[in-house]
Design a protein around this ligand. Structure first.
Ligand code: ZN
Length: 210
């Protein structure tokens, strides 16, 4: 952290809502919020894993407060424990994560499916170290896309972390730029290219992120 981190975190937390308003206003077809710090590990009252405020959760909560159903797809190499926990009992937010396991933060087992009214709205796909594009494409085709289709969200938010890239110094996966392209394209088709906002999460090789 530095003296300016809190300002940066507040801008990041509001960026998703700004993107939503731009789409609703007809100024953009979809959004990508290139923000730091990331957010998906942050809990309601605790910073964690480089995350101060949960940017995607703030955006999802704003949409839910206006009566929308929201699906969050998290393809960061780490499980978004904060996002899952914040909506664990909510039927209004579907959280799907594809992540490296066992790995930080240790959550995101297949058995974690949500609770109460939110039972079934947490979907976890833990993958072993070294998984690449073919495995991710299978996970999207067999689980992520059919579940989104079944759920029928009004909005899709993507926790777009790039630490699953083969050149990332922290992750342990083997994704390449074209793999992210195909995942993004499949989500775009699932939502008919509308109402989709990507929000940057991790990714620690600046060349790979570019
Ligand atoms: Zn990560």
């Amino acid at each position: 952290m530095s003296a300016a981190s809190w300002d940066a975190a507040r801008f990041a937390a509001g960026a998703g809502i700004t993107a939503v308003e731009a789409i609703e206003g007809g100024y953009a077809d979809f959004g990508f919020a290139a923000v730091r710090p990331p957010g998906h590990h942050a809990e309601a009252a605790r910073a964690m894993g480089f995350c101060l405020l949960n940017n995607v959760a703030v955006t999802a909560a704003a949409l839910v407060s206006r009566g929308s159903k929201v699906a969050v797809v998290d393809w960061d190499a780490h499980h978004g424990n904060g996002t899952q926990e914040l909506f664990i009992g909510s039927p209004d937010v579907l959280y799907l994560s594809v992540h490296h396991a066992p790995f930080y933060p240790g959550t995101g087992r297949v058995e974690e499916v949500g609770g109460g009214l939110g039972t079934g709205t947490s979907v976890n796909i833990p993958l072993p170290a070294g998984s690449g594009g073919r495995t991710y494409r299978d996970a999207f085709a067999r689980i992520v896309l059919p579940v989104i289709d079944q759920y029928g969200p009004d909005w899709l938010l993507v926790s777009a972390g790039y630490d699953g890239h083969a050149e990332d110094p922290l992750g342990g996966m083997k994704l390449l730029a074209g793999d992210y392209e195909s995942m993004a394209a499949s989500l775009g088709m699932a939502m008919d290219r509308t109402n989709t906002v990507f929000i940057l999460e991790g990714g620690y090789n600046l060349h790979a992120i570019a």
